[in-house]
Write a protein that binds this ligand. Structure first.
Ligand code: ZN
Length: 346
């Protein structure tokens, strides 16, 4: 079985529902996409776990469907103290999971810790924050989060904050939807570079992306995005953006979200895995085999029924094989490329 490290899931919010007698990441469930037993079945040995603060209004409440596509009104900014309280709850939930997991789950802050966890049979969690809404312009909170284990940060989710502007969901459409980073956003990039926190450009609009590309001294990373040339979603990366990721020696984690994968962007789980493999092939051709990885979006999106949940990850591997990828290329996509970019960044 091919070992897999995943660049993005939204499973942390389910940990918040944990009760000693109820749903638990450590026990098998039929709900959602990810828990430890299903990760083991699928060969998943670790991943970036996103702390994401839900908007009070669900984004799809703002959905407009037309004959030729769909648009989602950009979500409102969050109140920073609300975001901070929610982020603390999620971070505490991850720490409690590690504490009660009897070493079956370890929070990792380096490639060595990820590999040591995996070598001893533990699942490795790397803490990621999807949107810096909980951080004030003084960046004090960023340092606090770093010392509690944060190693990866998306500057924005698909909403504005004091640092920049997220890209609203839409298809077909360009990711060039608004202004670039603010002064505070530029400072945040520099602070992430200084602390060696990985910066995630998924959900950032295109001008913000180019600001990060100009300012950051680390490889450009999109944890869960696909190729705009195949699916013209605002959430996907244009060829120019991909070329910049290549030039910086970064990585793209291919998103399983059917709305980013399917050329017609339909929210339809009946999406064959060769469509996902087509994005992988396109990205490999454009940016190189060292720079393409997996970013499932488990528990955050509709994914192909042929994957179903983490237990079905080897079906993705089988589909890559069927598309002609050799075993050493598959190992890079499944695991090694994330370790490579972590090592360069941290
Ligand atoms: Zn996301």
């Amino acid at each position: 079985m091919i070992e897999i490290f995943d660049g993005h899931n939204d499973s942390v919010h389910r940990l918040l529902e944990y009760r000693p007698d109820g749903i638990d990441f450590l026990t098998r469930s039929s709900g959602g996409h990810l828990d430890l037993p299903r990760a083991v079945d699928g060969g998943l040995t670790g991943g970036l776990f996103a702390m994401f603060v839900h908007p009070e209004q669900r984004p799809m409440d703002n959905l407009t469907v037309t004959k030729t596509g769909y648009k989602v009104r950009l979500a409102d900014a969050l109140d920073a103290s609300y975001a901070r309280r929610k982020t603390k709850e999620m971070l505490d939930a991850l720490k409690r999971l590690e504490a009660r997991a009897d070493r079956k789950v370890r929070i990792a802050t380096s490639v060595e810790e990820i590999k040591a966890a995996n070598d001893s049979g533990s699942f490795a969690i790397v803490m990621h924050m999807e949107g810096a809404d909980a951080i004030d312009a003084d960046l004090v909170e960023l340092e606090k989060l770093y010392y509690r284990g944060l190693r990866s940060l998306g500057l924005v989710w698909s909403r504005p904050n004091i640092f920049g502007h997220g890209v609203p969901f839409g298809w077909p459409g360009s990711p060039d939807t608004g202004p670039g980073l603010t002064d505070a956003g530029r400072d945040l990039v520099k602070a992430c570079n200084r602390l060696r926190i990985m910066i995630d450009v998924s959900h950032l609009n295109e001008k913000g992306f180019w600001d990060v590309a100009r300012l950051s001294d680390a490889p450009l990373v999109a944890t869960h995005s696909c190729a705009h040339a195949i699916c013209a979603s605002t959430r996907n990366l244009t060829d120019r953006q991909l070329d910049a990721i290549r030039a910086s020696d970064g990585v793209v984690g291919v998103n399983f979200s059917v709305k980013c994968v399917r050329p017609d962007a339909q929210d339809d789980a009946d999406t064959p895995l060769h469509m996902l493999a087509r994005h992988v092939q396109y990205l490999v051709d454009r940016i190189g085999i060292e720079r393409v990885a997996i970013g499932s979006d488990f528990d955050g999106a509709t994914i192909p029924a042929a994957v179903k949940d983490a237990s079905g990850l080897q079906n993705v591997i089988a589909s890559l094989r069927a598309s002609g990828f050799e075993e050493d290329a598959i190992r890079k996509i499944a695991f090694d490329n994330w370790m490579r970019v972590f090592q360069l960044t941290w």
